[in-house]
Design a protein around this ligand. Structure first.
Ligand SMILES: [Zn+2]
Length: 338
């Protein structure tokens, strides 16, 4: 059973998840898994080795193309009840939440630069469907979708997959970002991220890709080398709001960004993070959600994990990035124009 503890010194929360201790570290034996795909739980034909399926998309022949299952080594449990308690000086709460795995494709060794546009669309459709469903559980206050690719990014299985962790609280890091979005909106009546996008389009020197709905750029204060942000040009507060046309555009944007990243970096480890406005919960804090859909803009962040975090980063929460975002964008642009 997991618990969530809060650090009085930093305000940070930690999920203590003893179940995670038992998960297999497949990268230690990744060459073995590559040789013998019967060892991979995410292959077609190995469905019985995962917990019961929550969702899947199927092709015309009835074979799954994406599949969602509960994480066997879950950090949080949907069967928990929500309860906060004091433990002497400290605060802790029960580990209520959802932890799901999205198996993105039946193909074991497929990098995202080789996904077809149809695969990207299926991937996005799967994410959106799960977010919508988790919205229905009123106990859940925040839904984080993310992908870990490679050992340096924290992945323990090679088969392409993403994860969803939904919590019964808004994580402090997201809460701080919401405050920044809100402050800016109250001052200027515009969403902060749309003004950033406007500035990036105007400056032009950090742009990686652009179409009529989305723009990909290396953020001005990138924490990671070759970090890329994909953001909409119009106000969209959460990915489940995007139209079919916008989904198609986002698929193209992702494909082009990954092609450029793989072209410049070769095989690389990365995290991909989806930032969405939290689902509306008026029974929690009605004023908190006031105008959220006007100021919180959805975006995707891709952070290559070329360098590992060290003491300074851990102590200060400040990254040292050896490559300017302008230089990174130029290299990615050159790759795209090649
Ligand atoms: Zn596999």
């Amino acid at each position: 059973m997991s618990t969530i503890r809060e650090c009085p010194l930093s305000g940070k929360k930690v999920i203590l998840a003893p179940e995670r201790l038992h998960r297999p570290i497949d990268f230690a034996t990744s060459s073995q898994v590559d040789d013998d795909l019967t060892l991979c739980p995410f292959e077609r034909g190995s469905e019985s080795t995962t917990p019961d399926e929550i969702f899947s998309l199927k092709d015309q022949s009835g074979e799954w193309i994406t599949r969602v299952v509960p994480n066997r080594y879950h950090a949080l449990s949907i069967e928990e009840y929500k309860h906060s308690t004091r433990e002497g000086f400290y605060n802790c709460q029960t580990g209520l939440g959802a932890h799901e795995v999205i198996i993105e494709t039946p193909i074991h060794s497929l990098n995202m630069d080789h996904y077809t546009i149809e695969q990207y669309k299926a991937y996005l459709k799967t994410i959106i469907s799960r977010i919508k469903d988790l919205h229905e559980d009123m106990r859940l206050e925040y839904i984080q979708v993310f992908k870990n690719h490679g050992l340096k990014a924290g992945a323990t299985l090679k088969h392409p997959h993403s994860q969803i962790i939904a919590t019964a609280f808004i994580p402090p890091h997201i809460d701080r970002q919401i405050e920044r979005y809100r402050d800016y909106y109250q001052r200027y009546r515009r969403p902060l991220l749309l003004d950033i996008v406007h500035e990036e389009l105007h400056a032009g020197k950090r742009i990686v890709y652009e179409d009529e709905t989305f723009v990909a750029f290396t953020p001005y204060a990138s924490s990671f080398a070759f970090e890329v942000m994909i953001a909409p040009k119009v106000q969209i507060s959460s990915i489940e709001e995007i139209s079919a046309m916008q989904k198609s555009n986002l698929s193209h944007a992702l494909k082009e960004v990954y092609k450029a990243l793989y072209g410049v970096l070769g095989e690389f480890d990365f995290n991909m993070l989806f930032f969405n406005a939290p689902p509306y919960r008026d029974h929690v804090r009605a004023d908190y959600f006031h105008q959220m859909e006007q100021f919180f803009t959805f975006y995707i962040q891709i952070t290559p994990r070329i360098y590992t975090l060290a003491g300074y980063e851990l102590s200060t929460d400040m990254q040292i990035n050896p490559i300017t975002p302008e230089n990174a964008a130029q290299k990615l642009q050159q790759e795209r124009n090649r």
